[in-house]
Design a protein around this ligand. Structure first.
Ligand code: COA
Length: 306
């Protein structure tokens, strides 16, 4: 019994905000942002709903499936448009879906948690799930705070996940949480994102490496078997440090944060679609998806591309 990825889509705002543009109002520079984070520009605009609808519409078209065949919608978002109702039912309505729909919040690990949730739903009788990561982080950024303003951005990614009795594209899954680190990255009601960047950095590398190694072991493969690493896009130095510890060259890692910044729940599907569109993954090759985020949360999975 397993699950199959059927189609993918993304949605990003048209508005590009460059580092130079941020430098006009903040005490920062293109050089600092590029060197310390790897980010060159990001997309700003839209809402969790509008970006999610765009990504989902493309994923449904890419999969070539009908709306009435979708049994469930799982939306990963840290930035729902309203506290209640959840954003997922609004996306469903906009798409013309009336299936169950709910939000999952696991911060930047959100898409991975949503995938894991969808996998469980497929094991309990559902046959086709729409999984979306959609974020409107810019709404919760204090644009006078250079710490966060240079990092966070908006965007969405989505996929269709199908039940398959014969085999599975997802070979292993490792998820974890450490709530004692909750205060490292927060956004209070009515407030803005705040972060202890150095400590998040330190812990991020550790949880990515540990969870990735466990996911590889559970899948029965080694780091050398992995053709593509699709990491959460927070800071290229985190990706480099984790890749080095895993013994994986950067050529095998997808980096799109230079163009999109940190889009939280959306970053892994945005990176995966970019890699697919550039022919970087072929059928039967293994990919390692790995993310971390506020909570702290983390998740790694080994996938066989079909
Ligand atoms: N622009 C210009 N200078 C900045 C700056 C900015 N946006 N932010 C900090 N600085 C300055 C600091 O004041 C400091 O100056 P000093 O040396 O004169 O004291 C210097 O740059 C270095 O600051 P530091 O905080 O040590 O930078 P860093 O190398 O740790 O990078 C982060 C900061 C936030 C980019 C990095 O810690 C990080 O990416 N952390 C992880 C964040 C993350 O992944 N968050 C998402 C989790 S899902």
């Amino acid at each position: 019994m397993g699950v199959r990825f059927k189609g993918w889509g993304t949605g990003v705002p048209e508005r590009v905000v460059t580092n130079d543009e941020l430098s006009q109002t903040l005490d920062t520079s293109d050089e600092w942002i590029r060197e310390r984070t790897g980010i060159r520009e990001r997309r700003i605009g839209g809402s969790a709903k509008s970006l999610g609808v765009e990504a989902a519409g493309k994923a449904i078209a890419d999969a070539g499936v009908s709306l009435d065949s979708i049994d469930f919608l799982v939306l990963a978002t840290t930035t729902p448009d309203r506290l209640t109702p959840a954003t997922a039912p609004m996306i469903a309505a906009e798409l013309g879906l009336s299936c169950p729909a709910m939000d999952v919040n696991a911060a930047c690990s959100g898409f991975m948690y949503a995938l894991r949730t969808a996998q469980g739903l497929l094991e309990t009788g559902n046959r086709r799930i729409l999984v979306i990561g959609s974020e409107n982080l810019s709404r919760w950024v204090d644009w006078n705070d250079r710490n966060m303003a240079v990092l966070l951005a908006d965007g969405a990614g989505a996929c269709i996940l199908d039940y398959d009795a014969e085999g599975s594209d997802i070979l292993s899954f490792v998820l974890g949480t450490d709530g004692t680190a909750a205060d490292l990255l927060t956004c209070e009601h009515g407030g803005f994102f705040e972060m202890d960047g150095k400590e998040v950095f330190r812990r991020a590398v550790r949880v990515v490496v540990d969870s990735a190694e466990e996911a590889l072991e559970r899948a029965g493969v080694t780091a050398q078997d992995i053709s593509l690493v699709v990491p959460h896009q927070a800071n290229v130095r985190i990706i480099q440090a984790a890749a080095q510890r895993l013994g994986i060259e950067m050529e095998r890692c997808v980096v799109v944060l230079d163009r999109y910044g940190n889009t939280s729940s959306s970053s892994i599907p945005l990176a995966l679609v970019d890699a697919r569109d550039h022919g970087r993954i072929r059928p039967d090759e293994y990919a390692l998806l790995t993310g971390f985020g506020a909570g702290m949360t983390w998740a790694s999975a080994v996938v066989r591309w079909s």
